[in-house]
Design a protein around this ligand. Structure first.
Ligand code: IPM
Ligand code: MG
Length: 369
């Protein structure tokens, strides 16, 4: 197989800072593990808008379609808040997800032992937590038509978004959740609002169909998404894999992130259908955003972005052993007490910088050889 190719889109805010540490990790793999990647970089989000007048050019979109994996930092920031909706930084990200058809968004929420006291929940609720949220990423109310803001005859305005799902869209994301569950604790909980939404009824029926016909060996339960939010903070360890739609998945995954101590810890993988070389279309990004309040100060936690690269090793490059190595290096530095500012509890302490966290992880990688 050819040298695997990566497109780095660092984006806005702290994106370039956290991605800087990932680039050092990629270099480490080339030098120490003889794993070389063909890396290119481009613009997305506000920086792309500033340069090209659009948050994602057609050229960048085409490149993303060709590479083995896209690594994304973050998009958006207050400077772009007043832009027209069609050119907002977030539109660049949504276009990538849609045109690459990345329907299955994996958001693992894992609580590292060293951070168990640090969650806003009690230690015994989160210690050892390891759940996977599978969020549908290419449909639902993020993309449904009709949408827009319209003038009404009475002088009022009306804002419309449409929650819409088809059989195929539900079945394919359900399959990816069941597949993952088989490699974990073999349990899937599907979340929707079948009590008030027809799209929720269809969701429940189709997930049940996939279960009965293809994955009867996996344990399946259903929950209304509001109850799911409550259960996530009440007793999150009852879950293994959660599968849900685009909007509920957005909300529930932020909630799950806080269980692990900090939004600065959560990676994600967005996967589509396999390409000719057998690798799935894929994009990897931290769940956190551009964090304008700390941008440019060297304070950002690079771990979510680094763990996203570990997910790339696992899901795009089929190298679970190297993904484990990188995850173990992160676990080791946390156990040794390395803390960026977001990982300091109320009792404070002195935080290390983004680069120092990168240094510590590289040292732990060296020690793993
Ligand atoms: C996420 C983010 C995005 C989303 C934004 C930045 C468009 O919140 O990936 O969770 O809403 O999907
Ligand atoms: Mg979100």
């Amino acid at each position: 197989m050819n040298t695997p190719s990566l497109l780095i889109l660092a984006g806005d805010g702290i994106g370039p800072e956290v991605m800087g540490e990932v680039k050092r990790i990629i270099t480490w793999y080339g030098e120490k593990r003889d794993m070389t990647f063909d890396v290119s970089e481009d613009l997305i989000g506000g920086v792309a808008y500033d340069t090209h007048g659009t948050p994602l050019t057609d050229e960048t979109m085409a490149k993303a379609q060709e590479v083995d994996a896209v690594l994304l930092g973050a998009v958006g920031g207050p400077a772009y808040d007043d832009l027209d909706f069609s050119v907002k930084p977030e539109r660049g990200l949504l276009r990538l997800r849609k045109e690459m058809d990345l329907f299955s968004n994996l958001r693992p929420a894992q609580c590292f032992d060293a951070l168990a006291d640090f969650s806003s929940l009690k230690q015994d609720i989160v210690a050892g937590l390891d759940i996977m949220i599978v969020r549908e990423l290419t449909s639902g109310s993020y993309f449904g038509e009709p949408r827009g803001i319209f003038d009404l005859p009475n002088g009022e305005r009306e804002g419309i978004n449409t929650q819409r799902y088809t059989t195929r869209e539900i079945r394919r994301v359900a399959r990816s959740a069941f597949e993952l569950a088989r490699k974990r604790s073999n349990k899937v909980c599907s979340m929707e609002k079948a009590n008030v939404m027809e799209s929720g009824i269809l969701w429940r029926e189709e997930v049940t169909w996939v279960h009965e016909n293809e994955y009867p060996d996996v344990e399946l339960s259903h929950m209304y998404a509001d109850n799911g939010a409550m259960q996530l903070v009440r007793w999150p360890k009852q879950f293994d894999v959660i599968v849900t739609d685009n909007l509920f998945g957005d909300i529930l995954s932020d909630c799950a992130a806080m269980l692990t101590g900090s939004l600065g810890m959560l990676p994600s993988a967005s996967l589509g259908v396999p390409m000719e070389n057998g690798r799935p279309k894929a994009m990897y990004e931290p769940v956190h955003g551009s964090a304008p309040d700390i941008t440019g100060q060297g304070k950002a936690n690079p771990i979510a972005c680094i763990l996203s690269f570990a997910m790339a090793l696992r899901y795009s490059f089929n190298d679970g052993a190297e993904a484990d190595r990188l995850e173990a290096a992160v676990e080791k530095v946390l156990a040794d007490g390395a803390r960026t500012a977001d990982l300091l509890g109320p009792e404070g302490g002195s935080p290390i910088s983004t680069t120092e966290m990168g240094d510590a992880i590289l040292a732990a990688l060296d020690a793993s050889l």
